[in-house]
Design a binder for this molecule. Structure first.
Ligand code: EPU
Length: 788
């Protein structure tokens, strides 16, 4: 689908004396400039939430009109406008617009919009956003900032420099600009009006400004233009319609060629021929400095607080323009030094010594290259990029250029296309762009189709020293915000576990479970000692964060959506320690039960050999009262040290503890730190014989494939494995989850199985046991996490 502006049968009439009506393309006897700037009317804006439309709404309110507006979404901007007096409706109903004397519509609105339809039927004047803007501008001395890249930044810089220069400019720019206060403002005191010209739909040809600043011209918006020639025609018209001077970037070959024949031209750039020239350019982390030379004369030094060479160009354009308007260089330089970025233009979302998160609106290959260059020059170790292509038409037309745009990124994760108002084009996907980048020779690229998972992909790659950049004009920035919010917590967790502890974001739990399935842990934390563990418990309690403790993950089935909150994996450091004292063995929660059995062998302590057959850790074995060879954990445990829900340590002896078959309720709300196992002195040969018997039992009766041990508790009537066997379910499968042919109580992962498949198979077995034998099987394996 083409943008609505094309579909609409409204004809654009050149301002100033006309407004255009839909359908019949009649020219109404409407002096739009007077109507908008000297009179007061009721005006309705269709698509008022768009960044351009909200600016028009703000101007019209400030001009004294009674303004209403409709959109299918409300935004913070519509909220703000409502506080200024906008009557807002979150749907397009003709009755809400019927009192209006004029309808202004966004180019994103389709021709079959009910308000436009009704206005056409009633012969009401309808104008496009750019027509309204052009008419408003004609009542002042207009300055249009045009070009493919950098318009918002440069128009904001211009308005700011003119404001600091005391000229009280009115302005209209395409985004929220903190330093200007709002994206549009009408200042009755000043003569100038600075506007960002939108070339995307040809409407910059409507402007008749006094001054024009051309930043760059190249192929873009090929959904609207046939080719570069068509784009240049529109720019050429704007140049011809400029009453005063045209400022242009002489380093941009298209802009330079187009302006060459215009007599009242002023050039700027880095080359020697530029009228305003930057020399001695020094690019720093987030800033740059340069000296400005005007036809051989040094004007002084300018310092910018926005990064990248492209911003030196933008600032130079502003210096040229403001100087020609008579503002002293010192004043301009001072204002530029104070200039801050527009939202979503290299906007820093998170900054710490370990990580830097930056969001940028860049969505064209040239912008992406410039932004990545700026990101690279910041000097962090790596640049990780998440990219959301914007519009199917652009993605298709510039696929090769996108393929070459990411050379300055160490890693790139590409998600699917943000369509804006376009319908999908078959085959035009994020995968296509990822393939182009790979074909270009980049080795750090992957594709993540689910936008809501892209921050996980990047977050899990994070290493100290990384800069993360989100790129795209759609909603990818929300993913970066999500990552920033989680990073705040992750950094606090890191502080708690200290240098030797480990904190990872979105760690795939399939890496930490023996079944090899499971989505990510939001925060994966490895403390190395009891103090850190206790502090983590208190932090989660205070921050209201869910907390889950995980050992080896040998008795665990994590759902595909992973575990929300903090997953603590006590391992290494104190948690792996095993100490022998007489016939007692003290083992940390992270030690493997197998190692306890072998420590017993080394010290001549028998009775623990069966632990050899349990694949879990001490913590996990305690939690489940794990068993094998007819024995269970608490037959050997004499004392347990644990932390309570407030992180306080306690020790309890066996006789104080309530223990059941495969269940130790104390650890539902408390957390094991260590346990003391007791065996009895035994001859080495006897220990070795029992260890070998256990190994033999495992080898002969249990599968070697990836599993979570026994899936079901043994019901009283019959061991679960035998039951499943008798039901004839061995080898039955769902996807890659399969009942082992070796042991009926094991489900194995044949490679790439999902938790959903595992759960479906479990349900199938339970239903069969119920139907055929009247036995209610209960899972022994712990099932946790969110569905995928
Ligand atoms: N059996 C069958 N068909 C099978 C599996 C078993 O007929 O497919 C029969 C066996 O021949 C035996 C009986 O069922 O007569 C019990 O089987 P097994 O001796 O293998 O013991 P289990 O009760 O299935 C228990 C533990 C295992 C532990 C073994 C070995 C439970 C739920 N399971 O299995 O623990 O390794 O004993 O001591 O108590 C675990 O908990 O994850 C685990 C693997």
């Amino acid at each position: 689908m083409k943008p609505g502006s094309e579909d609409c049968s409204v004809t654009v009439q050149p301002p100033p004396q006309t407004g255009s009506a839909g359908g019949s393309a009649r020219t109404l006897p409407l002096d739009l400039q007077a109507f908008l700037t000297r009179e007061q009317h009721r005006i309705h804006l269709v698509g008022v939430a768009g960044s351009g439309m909200s600016g028009i709404a703000a101007l019209l309110i400030e001009l004294g009109h009674t303004v209403s507006g409709s959109d299918k979404v409300s935004t913070t901007e519509t909220d703000r406008l409502q506080r200024l007096g906008l009557r807002f409706r979150e749907q397009h109903r003709p009755e809400d617009a019927s009192p209006a004397d004029l309808i202004v519509f966004s180019s994103a609105i389709r021709s079959d919009n009910p308000i436009l339809g009704s206005a056409r039927d009633r012969g009401k004047p309808i104008v496009r956003r750019a027509e309204a803007l052009a008419a408003i501008m004609r009542s002042k001395r207009g300055i249009v900032i045009a070009g493919m890249h950098g318009k918002t930044t440069t128009s904001a810089m211009t308005a700011h420099a003119l404001r600091e220069g005391g000229l009280h400019p009115s302005h209209y720019v395409g985004a929220e600009i903190p330093i200007l206060g709002t994206n549009a403002h009408w200042d009755p005191r000043g003569e100038y009006f600075v506007a960002e010209g939108d070339e995307s739909d040809g409407t910059i040809a409507l402007f008749h400004p006094e001054q024009t600043l051309i930043l760059n011209i190249e192929e873009e918006h090929l959904d609207f233009y046939a080719d570069l020639d068509a784009i240049e025609k529109v720019f050429a018209q704007l140049i011809t319609q400029t009453a005063g001077k045209v400022f242009y970037n002489v380093d941009d070959k298209n802009a330079a060629r187009l302006c060459r024949s215009f007599t009242r031209r002023i050039s700027y750039g880095f080359g020697e021929t530029a009228d305003y020239r930057a020399v001695d350019i020094r690019l720093k982390d987030f800033a740059s400095t340069f000296r400005v030379n005007h036809r051989g004369q040094d004007l002084g030094e300018a310092a910018l607080n926005v990064p990248g060479q492209h911003n030196v160009h933008n600032a130079l354009g502003v210096i040229a323009l403001a100087s020609e308007l008579g503002i002293a260089f010192e004043k301009i330089a001072k204002s530029l030094a104070r200039f801050e970025h527009a939202r979503r233009r290299f906007e820093i979302k998170y900054d710490s010594p370990r990580f830097l998160l930056v969001d940028d609106y860049g969505h064209h290959p040239t912008e992406i290259r410039a932004t990545l260059k700026a990101a690279r020059s910041v000097g962090r170790k790596r640049v990780l990029t998440m990219f959301q292509p914007h519009r199917y038409s652009r993605t298709k037309a510039l696929r090769k250029e996108f393929g070459r745009a990411f050379d300055d990124a160490d890693r790139v994760v590409v998600t699917d296309v943000y369509g804006s108002n376009e319908a999908p084009i078959p085959g035009v996907t994020g995968q296509m762009i990822a393939d182009e980048i790979i074909a270009h020779g980049h080795r750090g690229v992957c594709y993540e189709s689910r936008l809501e998972w892209i921050h996980r992909a990047i977050g899990n790659m994070l290493e100290s020293g990384d800069l993360v950049l989100s790129l795209g004009a759609g909603n990818i920035h929300e993913q970066l915000s999500g990552l920033a919010a989680d990073l705040v917590i992750a950094e606090k967790l890191k502080e708690i576990v200290g240098e030797d502890g480990e904190v990872c974001l979105y760690e795939p739990l399939s890496k930490h479970t023996t079944l090899r399935v499971g989505g990510p842990a939001q925060f994966w934390v490895e403390p190395r000692n009891e103090k850190a563990f206790a502090e983590l418990i208190r932090f989660c309690r205070d921050e209201n964060l869910p907390l889950f403790v995980m050992g080896r993950g040998s008795n665990l089935l994590v759902r595909d959506g992973g575990i929300r909150g903090v997953v603590i994996h006590p391992c290494g450091g104190d948690f792996d320690k095993i100490e022998i004292n007489g016939d007692e063995i003290t083992a940390g929660a992270g030690a493997k039960l197998k190692e306890v059995a072998y420590a017993g062998k080394a010290a001549g302590i028998g009775g623990l050999e069966w632990l050899e057959g349990i694949p879990g850790t001490v913590g996990g074995g305690l939690r489940m009262n794990a068993g094998a060879m007819g024995a269970q954990t608490f037959e050997n445990v004499v004392r347990v040290r644990y932390l309570d829900a407030d992180g306080e340590a306690h020790i309890k002896t066996r006789d104080e503890l309530e223990v059941y078959y495969r269940n130790f309720p104390l650890l539902e709300k408390n957390f094991a730190v260590s346990a003391v196992f007791r065996g009895e002195p035994a001859p080495l040969e006897e220990i070795v014989r029992k260890l070998e018997a256990s190994q033999e039992k495992r080898r002969t009766s249990q599968p070697a494939a990836k599993s979570a041990g026994c899936i079901f508790k043994n019901p009283d009537a019959c061991p679960a494995g035998k039951l499943v066997d008798e039901l004839g379910l061995k080898n039955s499968s769902v996807g890659k989850a399969r009942v082992s042919e070796v042991h009926g109580n094991f489900i194995v992962n044949d490679g790439g199985a999902t938790a959903a498949e595992m759960l479906e198979l479990i349900e199938k077995i339970k239903a069969t046991a119920r139907a055929k034998r009247g036995i209610e099987l209960e899972t022994e394996v712990q099932i946790v996490g969110e569905p995928g």
